[in-house]
Ligand binder design. Structure first.
Ligand code: FAD
Length: 288
């Protein structure tokens, strides 16, 4: 099923997992999927390390197993920054052979400041390439706090609209910790004529190192309320985990009350946390 068809009559609830590192035990991700299997997720997406390689190639197998072993729709992420058109064609053929219908088409992160020198300079190039030759449902990334490399909010929205014009059917946001950024972004996107469903990406923050990394990488603002929680519980692992879960539940409750199209939970492969959040918001999702 194409994910864009899910939004008509419900608040979509989806999960994101990542494949094991090349030298790690493969069974770990399957244990996680087993533990996640009683969450009624509308789809599960599987990340793909930019640069492809062994880690990337696991994405397709895991996405395929999610559909075949658990009967849950899957989405395979596909960053294009290091791909030639021929490599992209091989990946897309493999996805098609594995019965994958949904792709999260991404540029991927740059390794340094130098301009991207590849067959695909932006996610929009990959989206156009896919739409020209294939029948995949395409999802694209968007940034309520503006992409860190962008020349500004207006330009970022212009390029987002271009991704939709090229063929993106559904959008998922970068994580954010202050819902006001999301509401503002959604309003501006609609004014700019971007009408594709926008799922809110929620990451439960459960340790201080994780959030410091995210702030550096994604430029996410830390609300005062969040900083207070972090400072109070930074030396108490269990309390910080529970506070992070409570914070995510609070964010999701507010988003659903404001009519969000969907919630995409970055699980970080932690089934316990995903369960705690799902259990708390399950009735809100089905109440639309
Ligand atoms: P783009 O859409 O190409 O945007 C990048 C920058 O270029 C932005 O500043 C934008 O404003 C600008 N821009 C866009 N199009 C054009 C254009 N046509 N001309 C000029 N400027 C343009 N990374 C991975 O490696 N693997 C993953 O699995 C992965 N999963 C992700 C999942 C989600 C939900 C999100 C939000 C991000 C994910 N990322 C992943 C990270 C992503 O690859 C980075 O954020 C990357 O820096 C940008 O990717 P993009 O597809 O948004 O790029």
């Amino acid at each position: 099923m194409k994910t864009a068809e899910l939004f008509s009559d419900k608040t979509v609830f989806s999960l994101e997992v990542f494949p094991p590192k090349p030298d790690a035990d493969e069974s770990v991700i399957y244990n996680t999927l087993e533990q996640l299997s009683d969450i009624r997720a509308d789809f599960i997406s599987v990340t793909y390390g930019a640069g492809g390689g062994k880690n990337g190639s696991k994405t397709i197998g895991i996405a395929s197993d999610i559909q075949n072993m658990y009967g849950v729709e899957s989405v395979a992420h596909m960053p294009c920054i290091d791909l030639t058109k021929e490599q992209a064609r091989l990946i897309l053929e493999s996805m098609r052979e594995h019965g994958i219908e949904n792709i999260l088409a991404l540029r991927g992160d740059r390794k340094d400041e130098s301009p991207v020198q590849s067959d695909f300079r932006h996610a929009s190039d990959l989206i156009s390439f896919i739409k020209e030759k294939y029948d995949f449902n395409i999802i694209a990334a968007c940034y309520p706090e503006v992409h860190p490399e962008s020349t500004g909010a207006v330009d970022d929205l212009k390029w987002l609209r271009y991704k939709v014009e090229c063929g993106a059917d559904h959008l998922i946001t970068q994580l954010f910790l202050d819902n006001r950024y999301f509401f503002d972004f959604r309003e501006k996107a609609r004014i700019a004529g971007i009408n594709a469903p926008i799922e809110a990406g929620i990451m439960p923050v459960t340790n201080k190192r994780q959030i410091e990394r995210m702030v550096k990488l994604c430029g996410v603002a830390l609300p005062q309320k969040f900083v207070r929680v972090l400072e109070k519980y930074e030396h108490n692992e269990t309390a910080l985990r529970d506070a992070g879960i409570a914070y995510a539940i609070d964010q999701i409750t507010d988003l659903i009350a404001e009519g969000v199209d969907g919630i995409h939970l970055y699980t970080m492969n932690n089934a316990y946390i995903a369960h705690r959040i799902y259990d708390a918001v399950q009735s809100l999702i089905s109440a639309k």
